[in-house]
Write a protein that binds this ligand. Structure first.
Ligand SMILES: *[C@@H]1O[C@H](CO)[C@@H](O)[C@H](O)[C@H]1NC(C)=O
Ligand SMILES: *[C@@H]1O[C@H](CO)[C@@H](O)[C@H](O)[C@H]1NC(C)=O
Ligand SMILES: *[C@@H]1O[C@H](CO)[C@@H](O)[C@H](O)[C@H]1NC(C)=O
Ligand SMILES: *[C@@H]1O[C@H](CO)[C@@H](O)[C@H](O)[C@H]1NC(C)=O
Ligand SMILES: *[C@@H]1O[C@H](CO)[C@@H](O)[C@H](O)[C@H]1NC(C)=O
Ligand SMILES: *[C@@H]1O[C@H](CO)[C@@H](O)[C@H](O)[C@H]1NC(C)=O
Ligand SMILES: *[C@@H]1O[C@H](CO)[C@@H](O)[C@H](O)[C@H]1NC(C)=O
Ligand SMILES: *[C@@H]1O[C@H](CO)[C@@H](O)[C@H](O)[C@H]1NC(C)=O
Ligand SMILES: *[C@@H]1O[C@H](CO)[C@@H](O)[C@H](O)[C@H]1NC(C)=O
Ligand SMILES: *[C@@H]1O[C@H](CO)[C@@H](O)[C@H](O)[C@H]1NC(C)=O
Ligand SMILES: *[C@@H]1O[C@H](CO)[C@@H](O)[C@H](O)[C@H]1NC(C)=O
Length: 284
């Protein structure tokens, strides 16, 4: 009897949906209004997590040779504070991100960041600017939503979204509970599993046929291996439970059946007595 997990914990890929998309406006506005624009039409001002995304973004946006300035979603609230991306506390800045001699806080209050989109040497580089200046907003539209992953976290990368599944779940949307390898039915007993499945987090109860007594714990829960400290314990108790219904049942039967099922179980008890009698004492 085994009660271990079959195949586990491969977070699966959702090829169908693309990752977030990028959008901009031809109108210019200050950083606050740019963010408001993005939030009302898309998800937010663009968040850049690595150099690859920066390069991808640059490849997707049109150059504006005359006014190549786009607001991006990174800012600070005080000169002594760190640069922070909108949405969460991510502070990624690549060592190639800033244009030469930037950020310089030229006006002592340059707490917002623009990206240059032209064909010059500063293409794709960043500069700190006064938040009240007018520039084009660059926004992103997230593809992940609350229902993208049933039991997992939705992660977006370039042209790709992926569900990272919680332990015990698998599938493109983490919608499938992992199956434990099936428990064998106990001798002289049977198994009742919640939902009829032996999947993650379902509990199976051991029951004995009338006249047989269960030894040990009567239930076993399908868990991810090493998931809880009680796993080893439950496993052992289950072994005893099966043994209780099987090998030791004969012994239990003597005590138990007489009390409750005297008449019906006589034949069975006789067999039982034979079975536990040492071979050299068998009567002819
Ligand atoms: C911005 O203006 C250009 C040139 O007029 C046009 O091709 C483009 O579609 C406009 N983009 C948006 C997002 O309005
Ligand atoms: C600010 O950035 C510095 C250097 O990257 C880091 O050591 C520090 O923990 C950051 N502070 C906060 C509040 O994130
Ligand atoms: C960002 O960090 C601050 C302070 O460290 C914390 O209060 C705040 O909840 C964090 N915000 C997010 C979205 O994680
Ligand atoms: C911050 O947001 C970005 C983009 O949404 C995400 O990739 C990153 O994991 C987030 N960081 C944290 C600490 O939540
Ligand atoms: C930029 O960072 C990468 C990895 O962190 C490093 O290998 C590289 O040498 C750095 N380049 C410069 C110019 O500092
Ligand atoms: C600082 O700003 C002033 C005026 O806004 C500008 O003339 C000057 O070139 C800027 N200096 C740097 C180093 O960007
Ligand atoms: C941004 O523009 C709006 C509307 O024009 C204005 O009310 C707001 O004060 C401006 N904010 C900054 C920081 O310049
Ligand atoms: C949520 O995202 C999934 C793809 O990840 C999409 O199929 C579904 O339509 C979205 N639902 C809503 C309410 O936007
Ligand atoms: C999507 O992202 C995941 C995780 O980053 C990666 O393993 C997978 O290969 C990507 N799929 C595509 C089609 O790019
Ligand atoms: C049991 O499995 C069947 C088929 O896989 C599924 O339809 C049903 O919802 C599952 N029940 C539970 C409680 O997981
Ligand atoms: C396991 O099932 C119980 C009761 O059905 C539920 O309360 C609990 O949240 C489930 N745990 C997981 C990890 O799904």
């Amino acid at each position: 009897m085994k009660w271990t997990l079959l195949l586990i914990l491969e977070s699966l890929l959702a090829d169908s949906a693309l990752g977030w998309t990028y959008h901009y406006s031809n109108n210019t506005m200050n950083w606050t209004m740019a963010r408001r624009f993005c939030q009302s039409h898309y998800t937010d001002l663009v968040v850049i997590q690595n150099q690859k995304e920066n390069d991808y973004l640059v490849s997707k946006l049109p150059n504006k040779e005359k006014s190549p300035y786009y607001w991006i979603g990174i800012y600070k609230t005080h000169w002594s504070k760190n640069w922070t991306w909108v949405g969460n506390n991510s502070t990624w800045i690549g060592n190639q991100s800033w244009a030469k001699n930037e950020p310089n806080n030229n006006h002592s209050t340059e707490f917002c960041v623009e990206i240059y989109l032209n064909s010059g040497i500063n293409r794709g580089k960043w500069n700190d600017e006064k938040c009240s200046f007018s520039k084009h907003p660059v926004c992103f539209q997230a593809q992940c939503n609350a229902t993208s992953c049933v039991r997992g976290q939705c992660q977006e990368t370039i042209e790709n979204t992926t569900c990272l599944c919680e332990p015990g779940f698998m599938g493109e949307r983490c919608q499938t509970a992992v199956e434990c390898s099936p428990l064998s039915h106990p001798e002289n007993g049977y198994l009742v599993c919640s939902g009829g499945n032996q999947t993650f987090n379902s509990t199976c109860h051991f029951k004995c046929q009338i006249g047989f007594l269960l030894i040990g714990s009567s239930a076993l829960t399908c868990e991810v291996e090493g998931f809880g400290a009680a796993q080893g314990l439950r496993y052992k108790q289950a072994l005893i439970a099966v043994a209780g219904c099987g090998a030791f049942s004969a012994f239990c039967c003597v005590c138990f059946c007489w009390a409750k099922h005297k008449r019906k179980k006589l034949a069975q008890v006789r067999q039982t007595e034979e079975a536990i009698t040492p071979p050299n004492e068998v009567q002819g």
